[in-house]
Design a protein around this ligand. Structure first.
Ligand SMILES: [Zn+2]
Length: 58
């Protein structure tokens, strides 16, 4: 509970981070068949950016 002031939850994977220096990224992403906009963690950002690049290169 000591990290509560900095608690942040990824909008995509739902993972909770307590690091005050943690960087989040605003992204559009698909979840449950709907397009959402939210702040995601670095790992989700990589996955989103990677899939976006693949779509553009069809
Ligand atoms: Zn995430």
């Amino acid at each position: 509970m000591s990290c509560d002031p900095y608690k942040w939850t990824c909008a995509r994977c739902g993972k909770t981070h307590c690091n005050p220096f943690f960087t989040c990224y605003p992204r559009e992403f698909w979840k449950d068949g709907k397009k959402r906009i939210g702040e995601v963690c670095e790992k989700c950002r990589d996955e989103i950016d990677y899939s976006n690049v693949r779509e553009e290169q069809k």
